[in-house]
Design a protein. Structure first.
Length: 364
């Protein structure tokens, strides 16, 4: 029996709740399809600060280094908001993990299942048949990591802040290669998003993306779009997009805009890949307002585990089985964030149980 070894980092807020449910799903799926899981939980984020004095304890980083993948819950909450920005859970945990494992590509599916079309804020005519957009975001370069980065006092007594946006050819090429591979398995269409009418980095971005796609597969359609127009277009007509590729900051914005059209962040998984190992996490945050109330939607976490099956363990069939079980479960059951007329409202734990039950029924 194949053993899948990964580290799970439940984190803060609803992270432990959705992680627990997801591990049960993976264990059941393994029993059905012939793999076992070997995993250990470690502190990260606020709980890391409380127990170890840092958001990313050395023991957690070591555990990740000895694994084949990382399954990540959520971090942050009001308790740690008054810490210096560089010590807060989000910045002090997520960014160092991305850097340590060279996770330069973030894949975020913006999927709206037809079963959830009534929850989208977009027009029914736009979303009735569902939406399937994949945002490929460069994750370790650009303005989030560029140096120098500082705030200082200037002569007239004002404060002045500086961030630096830098991109190299090699950084743009490698994220484009990831996008091209993804597009080849979809509709062979990539929309590259930049701000080439203003930013020098975007001029280089557009030049390198164009040359790279032409070299990899000239049959891939490659329109370019300014980020302000892309933010508008993805709401106006999301079906014009298939695969999108963009910079760190623009991807942060565009992927959240795409997420909103699905009606709930509780349905959206993500994968950070490209380096030594992959990290998989739901798009939603730690949701401290519903922590320990059995109200969390675990489906984004479960779907993130499915992406781990596909990208870290080459088990695409397991990913498809998870997706189908989630879609089938939604036909009858919903958590509060995606509740609709005629459906049965259930909590986090029971939603996990229903997905487990559906998996077993689908494979019986």
């Amino acid at each position: 029996m194949n053993t899948l070894r990964f580290t799970n980092l439940p984190g803060d807020g609803i992270g432990p709740e959705v992680m627990s449910v997801t591990l049960e799903v993976l264990e059941s799926l393994g029993n059905q399809t012939g793999f076992s899981i070997e995993t250990s939980a470690h502190d990260v984020g606020g709980i890391g600060i409380d127990n170890h004095g840092t958001a990313l304890p050395e023991s957690t980083l070591n555990a990740c280094q000895n694994s084949d993948a990382i399954l990540f819950g959520s971090v942050g909450g009001p308790k740690w908001e008054n810490l210096p920005p560089q010590e807060q859970p989000e910045r002090a945990a997520l960014l160092p993990i991305r850097k340590a494992f060279e996770l330069f590509a973030n894949l975020r599916p913006g999927n709206l299942y037809p079963e959830l079309a009534d929850l989208s804020p977009l027009r029914p005519s736009t979303v009735s048949s569902g939406i399937d957009v994949l945002c490929v975001r460069e994750l370790t370069g650009g303005i989030y990591f560029g140096q120098p980065k500082c705030t200082k006092n200037i002569e007239n007594g004002e404060e002045q802040a500086l961030d630096t946006m830098i991109y190299k050819t090699s950084e743009i090429e490698r994220i484009t290669e990831i996008a091209a591979k993804a597009a080849a398995l979809r509709q062979k269409k990539i929309c590259s998003v930049d701000k080439a009418n203003v930013l020098e980095t975007s001029v280089l971005w557009r030049k390198v993306v164009t040359a790279c796609v032409e070299r990899i597969d000239p049959t891939i359609e490659l329109p370019h779009m300014y980020v302000d127009n892309a933010a508008m277009q993805i709401i106006r007509d999301p079906k014009q997009f298939d695969t999108m590729v963009t910079t760190n900051m623009f991807g942060d914005i565009i992927s959240d805009a795409a997420a909103m059209m699905t009606g709930s962040l509780g349905m959206l998984p993500s994968a950070s890949i490209g380096g030594l190992i992959g990290m998989y996490e739901p798009v939603h945050g730690s949701a401290p307002d519903i922590t320990d109330q059995d109200k969390a939607n675990p489906l984004a976490m479960i779907l993130s585990a499915g992406m781990m099956m596909r990208y870290s363990f080459n088990l695409s069939e397991a990913d498809e089985m998870i997706k189908k079980a989630v879609v089938d479960t939604l036909e009858k059951y919903r958590t509060i964030d995606i509740m609709a007329e005629g459906k049965i409202q259930i909590g986090c734990q029971e939603m996990g149980e229903k997905v487990l039950q559906t998996l077993e029924e689908n494979n019986s």
